[in-house]
Every structure is written in C-alpha cells, then in structure tokens.
Design a protein. Structure first.
Length: 196
C-alpha cells in the first residue's frame, strides 16, 4: 500500500527524521509505504492522500481536484492544530466548504484537566474503546466522530461522493513523541490503512 504525503502546501513532512521517522518505520513494517510528494497533481496517483498541517491556502482548482479524487474513491486526510495556529484550521475549513463536506475544525484548544498525559493540552481521547493522546488539538464538528474526549470530537470522517474525507484536530498525534504513547501507533497505522 502506498500513501501520498503532501509537500505541496507547507505541510510538516514525512521525510523530517526528527518528527516522523518512527511513523515511517512503523508503517513500513506493516507494508505501508509513505511517499512524500511535492507535486499536487501527482498526489492523484495514491489512494490515500495526507495533508499534515497545510500552511498555504488551496486554490479553487485544487479544491476541485480534491473533489475529483473523492469521486474516484480516494481518502483525503487533513490534520490541524489548536487555536487556528498559522490559520491552518481556516485553510482546511475553506477546502472542506468548497468540496461540500459538513466537517469543520473549530478554532479552540481542547484542555482536559483530569484525563491527560501530564499536561491539560495533551488530552486523552477514545478510539475504538482504546486510549490515544491527541496533543494540542482542536475539536471538530460534523461528520462521524471516531476519536472523542468527553463530549468533544477530536477526529471525524465523512463519506463524500465515492471517497472519504478524514479531519483530525491535531497533526502531532503521530509524531516521534506521541506515536509510542498509549494506542497511538495502532491508531496511526489503522488511519493510514483506511480502518477508522
């Protein structure tokens, strides 16, 4: 299985050894090859496309292209961060609006004073009955939630056309610090495999 990891809109890059070497290693152990792609149009080659914290706005025609990918049955993943840092949540929401998705990233910062990984900004959420840490996350609305913290959704997906949109309120749940915490490794591999 090959995943297209975007390097087209100022994202955090899979080839950044300091942040994502463990994700890449664990994925490869599961037969998943993550390929960093610097051409937006070549992302169409992949069945799953990841935009991990896109800092540059998408053009209208790029949103149209994403809509076309969904019609072809592809999965498109967007990850954000808390408090609309770098306007990333706003950038993602604009794309979601243009492709007709009901999901939105809120501009909040989820804090959990009791159920966290040593810091209220590192809330512990539930995924398939298992715990995952979601550091510095926003909440999301719309779609079908698949990671929850109390009554907040931290990740949601939506079937759109023949494909699937996945939106996660944080981009660092699968970085080298978090991936070995709780069930984050399994969650990350499951996400890349399309098993939400």
């Amino acid at each position: 299985m090959r995943i297209g990891w975007s390097a087209t809109h100022g994202e955090f890059l899979i080839e950044d050894h300091y942040y994502f070497s463990r994700l890449r290693e664990y994925a490869e152990l599961e037969g998943i090859r993550i390929i960093q792609e610097s051409s937006f149009y070549r992302l169409e080659r992949y069945d799953t496309i990841v935009f991990n914290y896109p800092e540059r706005a998408f053009r209208i025609r790029e949103a149209g292209r994403i809509r076309g990918w969904l019609r072809k049955g592809k999965t498109v993943v967007f990850t954000s961060y808390y408090s609309n840092i770098d306007r990333v949540s706003e950038i993602i929401n604009r794309v979601l609006d243009r492709i007709g998705s009901s999901i939105r990233v809120r501009y909040d910062a989820v804090r959990d004073e009791t159920h966290n990984m040593g810091d209220p900004m590192f809330p512990v959420g539930t995924w398939k009955g298992r715990e995952v840490v979601m550091p510095c996350t926003s909440s999301v609305t719309g779609g079908t939630s698949f990671v929850d913290s109390d009554d907040l959704s931290l990740a949601a997906f939506e079937e759109l056309n023949a494909g699937k949109i996945v939106v996660i309120g944080t981009c660092v749940f699968w970085d080298n610090f978090s991936i070995d915490c709780l069930s984050n490794r399994d969650f990350s591999i499951s996400l890349l495999s399309g098993n939400l």
